[in-house]
Design a binder for this molecule. Structure first.
Ligand code: ATP
Ligand code: MG
Length: 371
């Protein structure tokens, strides 16, 4: 089982170091189902900003996936609408720059829906039902007995999103690997049937293992907007402190002297994801690094409170500049809508070109020469 998973991961992912030889077009995005949290930051956002600023990518498309968010929030359009600007603010506060990256809204690129319709012919129902991430999400949403078609088919629409921009690089968290595998299968089927038209994308995962799927503050396997176990990028200093101090740790580490577990302990996983040597110098100089701190916890004699206080200092230092920039940007929401409007127009024009290629390949370009 594990071996298969490792092979699967190797096949469908690409680490940043090897990306240079690729054509270098990025597509990635987030669902506007809530503000973005530190799981998004380490899973994808931090990497996107690095890639953007590396100058190694020809084109970068960042999509706010409102149509996908509606597949499980169709009864709550207000929530989706309200979170468009929240997500955009999170992007800009983290350093995504509309001059370098095209930030756009999915529903405003109608071509994506048309592509989805054609790609549906290339996927079976049983293949969609086998998707492990979708399976988990269906359970979580109590959709199992009555599955909305839109939700079940969202991996197909995600394939349209990626291929519309001829993206070869998709920086995501680990939960997205099955989506990328599905996209690659659809691309291969399409190209086999209709001739080489679409680009096969690769996922780029975080290099740090703790960032692949950051757990929730409650110890649940994944920090997720839908689970309410998040530290948001926009949280106030007080909220961060309250959440860190209330975090789940090792339930068997009752007395300070008890040996503790650092592997399934979210406080240590967050330290893996966020702490740097200079944090130790500044806030915990009695330890040289995280390995020393872990070793002490594991042999006993180190209390959770001390670990949490250190983690709080690290999180405060990391999130303070993001929060400050976000507050500044939030003063001018019309400017945010302008960025999204311009980005959506640009994205639409690119997707229209791909749709034309697709229609030509599928021999349904009857009126192409009349334009
Ligand atoms: P929802 O609960 O609405 O699905 P979400 O928190 O899962 O929200 P998404 O918008 O679905 O967030 O995910 C956006 C991106 O962030 C994806 O690339 C996903 O892999 C990544 N991501 C989300 N949560 C985490 C996490 N806990 N750790 C690492 N990456 C994550
Ligand atoms: Mg999700």
């Amino acid at each position: 089982m594990l071996k298969n998973h490792a092979a699967y991961t190797m096949r469908s992912t690409q680490r940043l170091g090897k990306v240079n030889s690729m054509k270098n077009v990025i597509l990635t995005g987030d669902r506007p189902t809530g503000k973005l949290h530190i799981g998004h930051y380490v899973g994808s956002l931090r990497r996107r900003v690095e890639m953007q600023n590396s100058g190694k990518f020809e084109k970068i498309y960042i999509m706010i996936a409102d149509a996908q968010a509606l597949t499980d929030n169709f009864d709550n359009p207000d929530k989706v609408r309200a979170n468009i600007t929240e997500v955009a603010l999170d992007y800009l506060a983290c350093g995504l720059d509309p001059k370098k990256s095209t930030i756009f809204i999915q529903s405003h690129v109608a071509e994506l829906t048309e592509l989805t319709f054609y790609y549906m012919n290339l996927v079976t129902l049983s293949r969609l039902e086998r998707n492990p991430t979708v399976k988990t999400e269906l359970k979580l949403r109590n959709f199992e007995s009555s599955i909305p078609m839109g939700f079940l088919t969202y991996p197909v629409s995600q394939t349209a999103d990626i291929t519309a921009f001829k993206a070869d690089t998709v920086p995501v968290g680990e939960d997205q690997l099955p989506m990328l595998e599905q996209a690659r299968e659809i691309v291969r089927s399409f190209n086999n049937l209709y001739g080489e038209t679409l680009i096969e994308p690769k996922a780029v995962l975080p290099e740090n293992k703790s960032c692949l799927r950051l757990p929730g503050t409650d110890g649940m396997a994944k920090m997720s907007k839908s689970l309410g176990n998040c530290i948001y990028l926009s949280d106030s200093a007080d909220e961060i402190k309250r959440k860190v101090m209330g975090m789940y740790t090792d339930p068997n580490h009752i007395k300070v002297t008890d040996p503790g577990d650092t592997k399934n302990n979210p406080t240590f996983i967050y330290l893996d994801a966020f702490s740097k040597p200079e944090h130790f110098e500044r806030y915990l100089p009695e330890y040289a690094n995280l390995d020393e701190l872990k070793a002490h916890y594991e042999r006993g004699g180190l209390g959770d409170m001390k670990v949490k206080k250190f983690l709080n200092a690290v999180m405060q230092e990391t999130l303070e500049p993001i929060r400050t920039r976000r507050e500044e940007l939030a003063k001018d929401l019309p400017a945010i809508w302008d960025i999204l409007y311009e980005g959506s127009k640009k994205a639409q024009a690119v997707a229209a070109e791909t749709l034309a290629d697709v229609k030509k390949a599928m021999k349904i370009d009857y009126f192409a020469d009349r334009k």
